[in-house]
Design a protein around this ligand. Structure first.
Ligand code: K7E
Ligand code: CUA
Length: 653
C-alpha cells in the first residue's frame, strides 16, 4: 500500500488507475526485507524517461563491462572487453579478432574486476573507462562516446593483474600491480624457492592525454608479496599511489593459513613522480619482455602488435620511490578520501579499518622514522603514519568509498553489511545489512574529489533467496541504498551479469549527449567497405573469395551468389548503408562456425566462412530491422572442389 500511495503523491499514478491500485491493495509491501516505505518511488523511472546516472560494473569472470541506469538498476548494454561476444561478433569478426591477441596467442576470455573512469583534476571527465584483465594481465580502454573497447595493453612481468587499473588524479597513468608473485622475469625454478626467486611488479601505464593511447611507462620490481588493490592519491597525495599487500610471509602453499600469520602487512606507498625522475636519470634497467598492444584504428579495424622490452626500477636504486606503511592484517582494499589526506585500508582479517594520513607519512619520511628496510624499501612506523582506527566496525572489512560530507562507507564481507563512519574521528555512525556477502561498494563519484553521494551501491557475492531460484547458478546482485539522510535506506535489489566486483558511476548528463548514433558512411575507411550497391561484387583469388556486400532495409546486395567451392575461404564483408540511429543489420550463414555479424549503421564487418559441403545455403539478417526483415535473405551456392561453376552474383539493374 505504502508504495502505491507514494506513487500517487509523486503524481506517477493518477485517476482510475490509482483508485484501482488502492482499492485492490495490489503491490508488494516494500517495508519488508530492508526496503523503506517510499523505496519504489525513489527508484521508479517512468516509461520513456532516462535514469540520472550511468553505472559501469565489471563482469568478473564474464570478462565484460555492463552498463546500468541508476536509480532504476536497468541493464542498458554489455560492452565486450576481454571475452568473445557472439551477440556482437566481438572477437569473431575479422575487424575485432586482433583485440584478443596476447603474447600467449589469441585468448577468448578473461576475468575483469575494476572499472575506472578517466579523471581530470580528480573529477570524472566522461572520456574513457579502463578495466583490468586479471588472468592474462591486461588493461583495456573503453571509449565512453561509443561504449566500445578501443585498446588493450598486455602487462608483462606480472601474474594476476588485480591491483589495476586505477586512474591517477589527471589520468597521467593507470596503475597495475601483480597479485601473485612469480619468478620475474619468468624462469624454471622449484616452487620451494619462493623466497629467493619470486617477486612482485608494480606497473605504471601512461595514458596519452589527447588520444588515450596506452603505453608501458615503467615498472617497479617489488618484494615477493601479493599486491591486492590500489588507489592513487589526489590533492596533497597527488603523485602517490597506494597498494595493499598480503602474504608478506612469502609462502607458496596453504596460503589461507600460512599467509595469515603476520599481524601487520603493508600498504606500499609509491611516489611515482620520484619514479619519473629516476627514469629520466637513467636508473631503470632494461628487461626483456614481450607483450601485445591492440587497438582499433580510425577505420574501426583492430590491429595487434607485439612490443618488447620494459624499463624496470629497483627501489634500492631509486631512494624515495617506495615506502611500506604497516597495516593490519592482510588488508584488501585501499581507498583515498576526497580531500586526498586520508588513506583507508580494510583489514580483511583484522576487523578494523585503519586510516593513515599522507601528512603524517611525509613527516615520518622527513624524520626518517623507519623501523627497518626490506629490499631497500623503508618500513615506516605504524604509530608514525596512522591517523586513527575504526574499532570493530564489523567483520571482514574490504572496501571503502566516501561521500561529500566527510563520511566513509565500508563493505563488511563476513557480517554482510555496510558501515558508515566519520573520517575525521573514525566514529561509526550507521550500519545497514546487505544481502549477502558484499565485496566492493560504490558511492557515485566516491573516488573523486567531489562525490555525488546520493547512493551507495552494494555489490554482493551471494544472493541465495533474494530472487526466484534458477537452478544451481544464481544471479549475483547489486543493491541500491540511499545515503542522503543520516540513516542509510535500502531502495532496490537488481541482478547483474557475471560477478560485479566493482562499479563506477557518472552523471548521465556528462556523457549522454555525446553518444555516437551512427558511423558516417562517407568516412568509412574499412578497406573492404562498399558505399553503394553498384560497388558490390564477388572476387575470387585462388581459394579465397571476397564478397563485398551491402545491407539496407530490407535487402542484401548481392543476394544470390554462385561459384563458391567446398573448402574456399569466403570473407563476407558486409557494409550497413543505413544512416539512421538504431538500425543495425545482422548477417548469418548456415554452418558458419563463428558468430553472426551485427553491423552498425555506416560500419563494415567481416565474417570468415569455410563451406564444408556442396549445396545451396541461405544467409539472412539476424536483427529485426523492418516489416520486411524476414525477406532480408539470400542464397549462396557451394559446388564441389574444382567444379566448373563460374562466380556470378546479382546486383540491382
Ligand atoms: Cu575486492 Cu577483485 Cu576488487 Cu572483488 S576484489 S571484492
Ligand atoms: Cu536487416 Cu533484418
Amino acid at each position: 500500500m505504502l508504495h502505491a500511495r507514494s506513487w500517487i503523491r509523486h503524481g506517477l499514478l493518477t485517476g482510475a488507475l490509482a483508485a484501482a491500485f488502492v482499492a485492490t491493495g495490489c503491490g508488494r509491501n516494500t517495508t519488508q526485507a530492508g526496503g523503506t516505505g517510499d523505496a519504489a518511488s525513489r527508484v521508479y523511472v517512468p516509461p520513456g524517461q532516462y535514469d540520472e546516472f550511468y553505472m559501469f560494473a565489471s563482469g568478473g569472470y564474464s570478462g565484460q563491462v555492463a552498463v546500468y541506469g541508476l536509480p532504476s538498476g536497468r541493464l542498458l548494454r554489455v560492452i565486450p572487453v576481454f571475452s568473445q561476444d557472439p551477440e556482437k561478433a566481438y572477437g569473431y569478426s575479422e575487424q575485432s579478432k586482433p583485440m584478443l591477441q596476447t603474447s600467449y596467442g589469441f585468448i577468448p576470455w578473461d576475468d575483469s574486476h575494476h572499472p575506472s573512469l578517466s579523471k581530470t583534476d580528480g573529477l570524472n571527465d566522461g572520456r574513457w573507462l579502463f578495466i583490468n584483465g586479471n588472468n592474462t594481465p591486461r588493461v583495456a580502454r573503453i571509449d565512453l562516446a561509443e561504449m566500445n573497447t578501443k585498446e588493450i595493453l598486455e602487462i608483462p612481468n606480472a601474474a594476476g593483474n588485480h591491483a589495476s587499473p586505477f586512474v591517477t588524479q589527471g589520468t597521467e597513468y593507470v596503475v597495475a600491480a601483480t597479485r601473485f608473485s612469480v619468478p620475474t622475469p619468468q624462469k624454471d625454478v622449484s616452487i620451494t624457492t619462493y623466497k629467493e626467486n619470486f617477486s612482485g611488479q608494480i606497473s605504471f601505464v601512461a595514458v596519452d592525454p589527447k588520444t588515450g593511447r596506452l603505453s608501458l611507462a615503467f615498472q617497479i620490481h617489488m618484494p615477493g608479496f601479493d599486491y591486492d588493490l590500489a588507489r592513487p592519491g589526489k590533492g596533497p597525495s597527488h603523485g602517490w599511489a597506494f597498494f595493499t599487500s598480503y602474504n608478506t610471509e612469502q609462502v607458496a602453499t596453504l596460503k589461507e593459513r600460512n599467509a595469515s600469520q603476520n599481524d601487520k602487512d603493508f600498504i606500499a606507498a609509491v611516489n611515482w613522480k620520484q619514479g619519473e625522475q629516476c627514469l629520466a636519470a637513467g636508473k631503470a634497467k632494461a628487461w626483456t619482455a614481450k607483450y601485445a598492444h591492440n587497438w582499433v584504428d580510425e577505420a574501426d579495424v583492430a590491429h595487434s602488435e607485439m612490443l618488447t622490452g620494459s624499463k624496470v626500477l629497483e627501489p634500492a636504486d631509486c631512494p624515495g620511490l617506495v615506502y611500506f606503511l604497516p597495516t593490519p592484517k592482510s588488508p584488501h582494499g585501499v581507498d583515498v578520501d576526497p580531500t586526498g589526506e586520508f588513506i583507508a585500508a580494510g583489514g580483511k582479517l583484522a576487523a578494523t579499518v585503519v586510516v593513515h594520513s599522507i601528512t603524517k607519512v611525509q613527516e615520518a619520511i622527513a624524520a626518517k622514522d623507519f623501523e627497518r628496510e626490506i629490499n631497500g624499501i623503508p618500513v615506516l612506523k605504524y604509530e608514525a603514519v596512522n591517523f586513527c582506527e575504526v574499532k570493530e566496525p564489523g567483520l571482514g572489512p574490504l572496501h571503502t568509498e566516501f561521500d561529500a560530507s566527510g563520511n566513509a562507507y565500508t563493505s563488511m564481507f563476513i557480517s554482510s553489511e555496510i558501515v558508515k563512519w566519520r573520517v575525521k574521528d573514525c566514529t561509526v555512525l550507521d550500519r545497514i545489512p546487505v544481502y549477502y556477502s558484499i565485496g566492493h561498494l560504490m558511492v557515485i563519484g566516491g573516488d573523486t574529489r567531489k562525490p555525488d553521494g546520493k547512493y551507495v551501491v552494494a555489490l554482493n557475492k551471494i544472493t541465495k533467496d533474494r530472487y526466484l531460484p534458477t537452478g544451481p547458478e544464481l544471479a549475483q546482485a547489486a543493491q541500491l541504498i540511499d545515503i542522503t539522510g543520516d540513516k542509510m535506506n535500502m531502495l532496490l535489489d537488481f541482478p547483474t551479469i557475471g560477478e560485479p566486483h566493482y562499479a563506477q558511476a557518472i552523471l548521465a548528463s556528462a556523457i549522454k549527449d555525446k553518444q555516437i548514433k551512427t558511423f558516417a558512411l562517407a568516412e568509412n575507411k574499412d578497406p573492404f567497405a562498399v558505399k553503394a550497391e553498384k560497388e558490390t561484387r564477388v572476387e575470387r583469388k585462388g581459394n579465397v573469395v571476397h564478397v563485398y556486400m551491402t545491407a539496407i532495409r530490407s535487402h542484401f546486395v548481392p543476394d544470390n551468389i554462385e561459384g563458391i567451392q567446398v573448402g574456399d575461404s569466403v570473407y563476407w564483408h558486409v557494409t550497413n548503408l543505413e544512416q539512421d540511429w538504431d538500425v543495425p543489420h545482422g548477417f548469418a550463414v548456415t554452418g558458419a562456425n563463428n558468430a553472426e555479424l551485427l553491423v552498425m549503421p555506416g560500419q563494415t564487418r567481416t565474417l570468415a566462412w569455410v563451406p564444408d559441403r556442396p549445396g545451396v545455403f541461405p544467409f539472412y539478417c539476424t536483427d529485426f530491422c523492418s516489416a520486411l526483415h524476414q525477406e532480408m535473405q539470400g542464397y549462396v551456392r557451394v559446388s564441389p572442389r574444382n567444379s566448373g561453376v563460374n562466380v556470378t552474383f546479382n546486383t540491382p539493374k
